[in-house]
Design a protein around this ligand. Structure first.
Ligand SMILES: [Zn+2]
Ligand SMILES: [Zn+2]
Length: 396
């Protein structure tokens, strides 16, 4: 799911900082974080401690004991998959802003303790009864889509991501801030060998959100497509837009994102702080689609006049404030504004496949699981460039 406003981030981020409890061992000799170049493959050393823990049926997990509480490293019983489920040995788990829904206890009906995490990449290591088509040893990912009911009206129409009883890892059941987690088989996406676990993890939420929105935008190769906001979602959006064959426009506040945007594949850059965004888009012929990843509705309003005839503003950045638009702006050029949620597990699988094929990779910083509170706090302070990823091997 998408990012949420920075004001909120700052507020919750304080809670995240408090979460760095004394019980989590921090090695002062370790660097703050590791910048991982795209394509780098994670090392998968199994530590002696891990082998001992596994033999005793235990695992490490980072959980929240209660809403608004600290993230704490604990030892838990290794979960066993029941009917229709598999157990995934987690190799990497991305840290997403939506994890704050769990940490802060903001999701209605959440039960505690709960292990957050919905950007999970790993290997199936146990299969429950009745699971068809998945087997132990297979590399898989689990994203925001954690299972559907199959009975509600959207499910019956095939709109699985819109399931009224959607299950979400880290919210409906324990997620990926752990050595292992159990997921329903319908939540699984096959992970191609060309993708490392650390690269795959953010693609399972931020990646599928942007890729799926763009491929369903109605834009055709050669059309002008703009990505508003260059951050955790936007830096992937620009890459996908380029690889999908769109004339790609990056829009961000300030010129400091220009070089990065062009490196990621933007053909044009608009500095929204100094330029008239709509006028620039219109000089390019108008945008067939604008993917709005910013967490400010106010920043979305000015792009509407830059939409081409039949152009579409696709909203994936979360804000509670209204987007200002007049009916005239929409009717006169048959424009539309649509919301877009991540995607079902097959969409995640498509995202991983397309990324492997085209070379799209997230820019990430990794930290070992034991430093999850620090990774979470860094993400909440919006300091991550651009996604934090937890690794389960302690040395990485
Ligand atoms: Zn997410
Ligand atoms: Zn349903």
């Amino acid at each position: 799911m998408a990012d949420v406003p920075h004001e909120l981030s700052a507020q919750i981020g304080d809670g995240g900082e408090d979460a760095t409890g004394d019980d989590v061992p921090l090695d002062p000799g370790e660097p703050q974080f590791d910048l991982v170049e795209p394509g780098r493959v994670s090392r998968r050393e199994v530590q002696p401690d891990t082998i001992k823990r596994r033999a005793m049926g235990k695992m490490r997990a980072v959980q929240v004991a209660q809403g608004g509480g600290a993230l704490e490293l604990v030892e838990r019983e290794m979960p066993e998959p029941t009917q229709g489920e598999v157990r995934v040995r987690v190799e990497a788990c991305g840290v997403c802003h939506s994890d704050s829904l769990t940490v802060e206890g903001q999701w209605p009906g959440l039960s505690f303790p709960r292990i957050p995490g919905h950007e999970i990449a790993g290997i199936i290591d146990a299969v429950g009864t009745g699971v068809v088509g998945w087997s132990a040893g297979q590399r898989v990912g689990v994203g925001w889509f954690g299972g559907h009911c199959g009975r509600c009206e959207p499910c019956r129409r095939g709109w699985l991501i819109d399931c009224r009883n959607l299950r979400i890892p880290g919210i409906s059941y324990d997620g990926g801030y752990a050595d292992a987690m159990v997921a329903p088989a319908d939540a699984l996406a096959a992970m191609p060998d060309q993708l490392s676990a650390v690269d795959a993890a953010p693609l399972l939420c931020a990646g599928v959100t942007t890729f799926n929105a763009l491929r369903h935008s109605g834009a055709m190769p050669g059309d002008v497509v703009a990505v508003l906001g260059i951050g955790g979602l936007g830096h992937l959006g620009v890459q996908f837009a380029n690889k999908l064959g769109f004339c790609t426009v990056a829009i961000a506040r300030g010129s400091d994102k220009e070089a990065l945007s062009r490196n990621l594949g933007a053909h044009h850059f608009i500095d929204s702080a100094t330029e008239d965004v709509a006028a620039r888009l219109n000089r390019l012929g108008g945008a067939r689609a604008v993917l709005a990843t910013v967490t400010s509705a106010k920043a979305m309003t000015p792009v509407i006049e830059g939409l081409a005839v039949r152009g579409r503003l696709i909203v994936v950045g979360v804000d509670a404030e209204p987007i200002e638009v007049s009916p005239l702006q929409l009717i006169g050029a048959s424009r539309s504004i649509v919301g877009h949620s991540a995607g079902a597990s097959i969409d995640s699988q498509d995202t991983l496949g397309f990324s492997a094929l085209s070379g799209v990779r997230p820019m990430i910083e990794t930290m070992p699981l034991s430093r999850a509170p620090e990774a979470y706090a860094r993400m909440m302070r919006a300091e991550a460039r651009f996604r934090m990823v937890l690794t389960m091997a302690e040395q990485h």
